[in-house]
Design a protein around this ligand. Structure first.
Ligand SMILES: N[C@@H](CCC[C@H](N)C(=O)O)C(=O)O
Length: 278
């Protein structure tokens, strides 16, 4: 029994999207082993995140997010825009990080990401500290902002994000015990009151071409520090997102999403039995 998938991306951050709402699809129960097998770029379909759409009683549908290492996580900004594009109309999307809304428009897909949380235990951190300027350092990367925008982020403001050895420092910071649920690592340069350049080492993935929640976290971190205005363009290796932090509505992220192709796979090829259709 073959399972259909849609390959999508947001600024090069790519996804395999599976739709478990279709009763004709005998999807195996999703777990870390299957998610990482499908995400594997050498032996699987290949992606940064595996996205599973399920029925929801709270929203139009539920989106489950698995990193390439198989870990299930709370939020993914780029995938939220991607499934918003698939839905083709304004959508309320249930995630582990909260209920989000995605609205396709002429300028891309706009997603209301909710309010950021800066409390140390909301990020979470291993012990109490000031998250505005965390008293932490890894070589030249010092005093990050800590914020949770559905998922956890540390943001380092640096002169040149492309001069930072992220391949070496990213995994060190991601797995430091000060972050009990690991962390997404952002290195950013503020280039104008409305412009930021950003690279992200994603928890459970590594360096990606873009990270939507990273752009949101970095923008609000820079706003908190008074470095930028309330609406900024964040430029990542894969392209740009516009991030606005509204007093009442919270963070609004706007940017493109793209469907790349559709295909199918046989779970047996990955050592998994198909589930039983409802
Ligand atoms: N690519 C994403 C973030 C995906 C989840 C992240 N790696 C985590 O573990 O929290 C985005 O666009 O936000």
């Amino acid at each position: 029994m073959r399972i259909d998938f849609t390959k999508m991306h947001g600024l090069g951050n790519d996804f395999v999207v599976l739709d478990a709402r279709n009763p004709a699809q005998a999807l195996p129960a999703m777990d870390a082993a299957l998610a990482s097998a499908l995400a594997n770029r050498r032996t699987g379909i290949g992606c940064d995140q595996l996205i599973l759409l399920e029925p929801s009683e709270l929203g139009d549908f539920r989106m489950r997010i698995f990193n390439a290492d198989g870990s299930e996580v709370e939020a993914c900004g780029n995938a939220t825009r991607a499934v918003g594009l698939l839905h083709g109309a304004p959508a309320r999307i249930e995630t582990l990080g909260g209920l989000l809304s995605a609205t396709p428009s002429d300028t891309g897909i706009a997603v209301e990401m909710g309010q950021p949380r800066f409390d140390w235990d909301a990020i979470p951190l291993a012990y109490a500290m000031d998250t505005h300027t965390m008293p932490l350092a890894w070589e030249d990367l010092t005093n990050p902002v800590g914020v949770n925008v559905g998922n956890p982020h540390a943001i380092f403001f640096v002169p040149d994000p492309y001069a930072v050895d992220m391949e070496r420092l990213g995994p060190l910071i991601e797995t430091d015990p000060v972050f009990p649920e690991r962390i997404n690592v952002n290195v950013a340069a503020v280039t104008a009151r409305d412009a930021i350049t950003l690279r992200v080492w994603e928890r459970g993935v590594g360096l990606t071409l873009a990270c939507g929640t990273g752009a949101c976290a970095t923008a609000v971190g820079a706003m908190k520090r008074g470095l930028v205005d309330r609406k900024v363009t964040v430029t990542l290796p894969g392209g740009a997102l516009v991030i606005e932090w509204r007093e009442d509505d919270g963070i609004v992220m706007t940017g493109p999403a793209t469907e790349s192709f559709r295909g199918s796979f046989d779970p047996a090829d990955y050592g998994f039995a198909a589930g039983s259709p409802d």
